[in-house]
Design a protein around this ligand. Structure first.
Ligand code: NAD
Ligand code: WQD
Length: 337
């Protein structure tokens, strides 16, 4: 059951790490990506680490016919839907692009799945759907209230999934709300290498450690947090990948629609991240304190108890693991380019 898995966005950061996790556990993985924020070279790295072949199909998730044909022809059992756009600031500038990719793209995938009679789905959602935290830690019952088009596009997609699961008992769908994914595969062969400029903290810190940026701008040191800088729930990307495998095992047994947070339950501040990365890399990481970034909150971290209780999943890797694996990836000369 659920042995052949299609990963949309499979050459991207999180999808590629999930592909390694699934492939090394004996699943056959098929990657589907239009390569707008990743490269086909990632396929070789996944095959190298897992020592198994994986199939790659270049295509857009809005190409329903290609998806439908792929699902039927390759006899796919379940889909993990990672493909999407994820930059908050860009989503404010280009909302139609975000709704087209994240909402219409999801609709297109669901149409294709219905046509091919594939009813098992794990969806990449985000803690962004919660908006400004009303309380901490954030559990799945926390009200949603996204404050930007990116977050709203994820919430629209979740609502479509929820309605679909009500429409027929065939569907088994899980939405995973990730907190702040960081780090890289332990091998140093796979990591975060977007083709667009990174926006998230950890890739920017790495650029400073690698001397391709002169300093990290710290957006605010006057939050109500222990050192005044923003606190987030950074989670190792391989822990996240394992969470996807657990979700897949769950949808193989249960029907309906369920939401799970994937986080560690602990928060680290921006300055704690900088310190940890300094130690892992042995490099200086100059910082400049700036004013707050519009739209940011002081602290955000998960209550991940539901994933533990229901899926039997817990994040295991430390902040040190996140920083060391990231540095190993960026300093591995075979990854340059
Ligand atoms: P990523 O950009 O590395 O991966 C996304 C992949 O989707 C890329 O390879 C890109 O080429 C592909 N893609 C984009 N539009 C496409 C389209 N129209 N058709 C086919 N492929 C397309 O991003 P990621 O960090 O791996 O994120 C994966 C998913 O997780 C996204 O849906 C994102 O919203 C979600 N998410 C990410 C984070 C994070 O901080 N990285 C946090 C929460 C949720
Ligand atoms: C983390 C902390 C910044 C960059 C975003 C999305 C969210 C999810 C994860 C997809 C904050 C500070 C950052 C910098 C800084 N993505 N920072 N200097 O904002 O928690 O979440 O990514 O779903 O939707 O909103 O992550 O990595 O951008 O920021 O000081 O150059 O680092 O202010 O406190 P964020 P982030």
């Amino acid at each position: 059951m659920n042995k052949k898995i299609l990963l949309t966005g499979g050459t991207g950061y999180i999808g590629s790490h999930a592909a390694v996790e699934l492939s090394t556990r004996g699943y056959d993985v098929v990657l589907y990506d239009n390569l707008q924020n990743s490269s086909a070279a990632v396929v070789d790295q996944i095959e190298l680490i897992s020592n198994r072949k994986c199939e790659f199909i270049q295509g857009d998730i809005r190409d329903t016919a290609l998806l439908s044909d792929t699902l039927s022809r390759l006899k796919i059992n379940a889909v993990m839907h990672f493909a999407g756009l994820k930059a908050v600031a860009e989503s404010i500038e280009e909302p139609l692009n975000y709704y087209s990719t994240n909402v219409l793209g999801t609709l297109s995938l669901l149409d294709a799945m219905l046509h091919a009679q594939v009813f098992n789905l794990v969806f990449s959602s985000s803690a962004t759907v919660y908006g400004v935290p009303a309380y901490l830690p954030i559990d799945e019952l926390h009200p949603t209230g996204p404050v930007n088009p990116y977050g709203r596009s994820k919430l629209h997609a979740e609502r479509i999934l929820s309605d679909l699961a009500v429409s027929s008992t065939n569907w088994s769908i899980i939405s995973l709300r990730y907190f702040n994914p960081t780090g890289a595969h332990e091998s140093g062969l796979l990591g975060e290498r977007p083709t667009s400029r990174p926006n998230n903290l950890m890739p920017i810190i790495s650029e400073v450690a690698l001397n391709s940026r002169d300093r990290l701008q710290v957006f605010g040191d006057d939050y109500d947090t222990p050192d005044g800088t923003g606190v987030r729930d950074f989670i190792h990307v391989m822990d996240l990948a394992e969470g996807h495998r657990k979700a897949l095992e769950y949808i193989g047994k249960e029907k309906g629609f369920e939401i799970f947070n994937l986080g560690t339950g602990a928060g680290y501040s921006v300055l704690e991240m900088v310190e940890a990365y300094k130690v892992a890399s042995g490099q200086a990481i100059p910082v400049e304190i700036m004013t707050r970034r519009p739209g940011d909150v002081g602290a955000c971290y998960a209550d991940a108890l539901k994933a533990d209780t229901v899926l039997g999943w817990q994040a295991k890797r430390s902040l040190k693991d996140m920083c060391e694996s990231s540095w190993r990836f960026y300093t591995n000369s075979s990854n340059r380019g």
